[in-house]
Design a protein around this ligand. Structure first.
Ligand SMILES: [Zn+2]
Length: 358
């Protein structure tokens, strides 16, 4: 018997920036799949008549980045709640929204220990990374309480995000209905805030994207690539010849090949495997994945309890550093960050790295 294997490369580890470049989409706020413009994002009937570009569906949907984008979308809605408008115009509106941002930052810090949406020292980007976003969604009740954004919407987004980042295959029909309902809820509550492209892709196009792939969609996320951002910087600096661009890139790729070699990686697999925590799916997501529910968390409270256990494990690893930092010092540091002149509401950014590389 002869077995032939056909390799098929899927370009799914791209982030929005790269996809826009490939698809020649110069309008970053426009969907590269259906060309929906910002003002069309919240109009279901209009969207239904747009024809998706079948080629663009093959790029997957950067499920990991969707976490930050959805998180930031909720933040930006919350900043604008006093004015309920997409654009913050005029000094009165600016002051109102900025004051609200600072209150939110303070609450995120005191209730969840998260530094949210502070400008980075480098002047580019902010302190939100994938872990911040994940933590906030895991504590969806507190997240909703802090932001005053509809709790059900946050909960639903959390479930969708968990599913597309998990390695479970799931019932596509149920998933589509769930996404549709989530979209409707969003539009009903926040018609005035145009849905960002990444959330649009998640809620409107995911059911079109998923059938293009043989494995569960979670296998195609950009996590592997993003996790190497830090290495890339280090390798470029310390392990490449800087004679010319070609040698630099060659060395960089060779080093990446060596360090991600499957044989070498398996040598240390045994250590890593035991550390990896299994993330439970929240109840709605478990239903869509048609998992045996007794093996999953039975209700949402139990889910967050499990997560708290996770956090204490994380904290144990950092315990040494933590004890050295004084509460007062932390408060001072926080105030410095908060009063920083650059701590303003910047435009909604579709493109920041998932893992901060600093
Ligand atoms: Zn679209």
């Amino acid at each position: 018997m002869q077995i032939s294997i056909k390799f098929e490369l899927n370009l799914t580890m791209l982030d929005g920036k790269a996809i826009n470049a490939i698809t020649n989409n110069t309008l970053t706020r426009t969907c590269y799949i259906c060309n929906a413009t910002p003002t069309q994002m919240n109009q279901k009937q209009v969207l239904e008549n747009l024809v998706p570009d079948l080629n663009s569906l093959k790029f997957g949907f950067s499920a990991l980045h969707a976490y930050i984008r959805c998180f930031e979308c909720i933040l930006h809605i919350s900043y604008r709640l006093p004015i309920k408008k997409w654009q913050i115009r005029g000094s009165t509106a600016e002051n109102k929204c900025l004051a609200r941002k600072k209150i939110l930052q303070e609450k995120f810090w005191s209730k969840l220990g998260l530094l949210v949406d502070f400008p980075k020292d480098s002047g580019y980007g902010n302190t939100n990374d994938g872990n911040t976003a994940r933590r906030a969604f895991q504590n969806y009740k507190v997240f909703a309480e802090i932001t005053d954004v509809n709790q059900e919407l946050i909960w639903r987004l959390f479930n969708v995000l968990c599913l597309v980042n998990s390695s479970y295959s799931f019932n596509l029909q149920k998933f589509k209905v769930y996404c549709d309902q989530t979209y409707d809820l969003y539009v009903k509550e926040y018609q005035w805030f145009y849905m960002p492209v990444s959330m649009h892709k998640l809620l409107v196009h995911s059911a079109q994207i998923i059938p293009n792939f043989d494995l569960p969609i979670g296998f195609y996320t950009e996590e592997a690539q993003e996790a190497r951002n830090k290495d890339n910087k280090y390798i470029r600096l310390n392990h490449t010849r800087k004679i010319n661009r070609k040698t630099t890139l060659t060395d960089q790729f060779n080093f990446l090949h060596v360090t991600s070699d499957p044989v070498i990686s398996t040598l240390r697999m045994s250590f890593k495997r035991t550390k990896k925590k299994v993330r439970l799916l929240p109840i709605d997501a478990a239903n869509i994945a048609e998992l045996n529910l007794s093996a999953q968390s039975q209700d949402s409270n139990e889910y967050s309890d499990n997560e708290e256990d996770d956090e204490t494990n994380d904290e144990e690893e950092d315990a040494e550093i933590d004890t050295e930092i004084d509460e007062k010092d932390l408060k001072i540091q926080f105030d410095v960050l908060s009063d920083n002149a650059a701590n303003i509401i910047v435009e909604f950014d579709e493109y920041s790295n998932f893992f901060l590389d600093e």
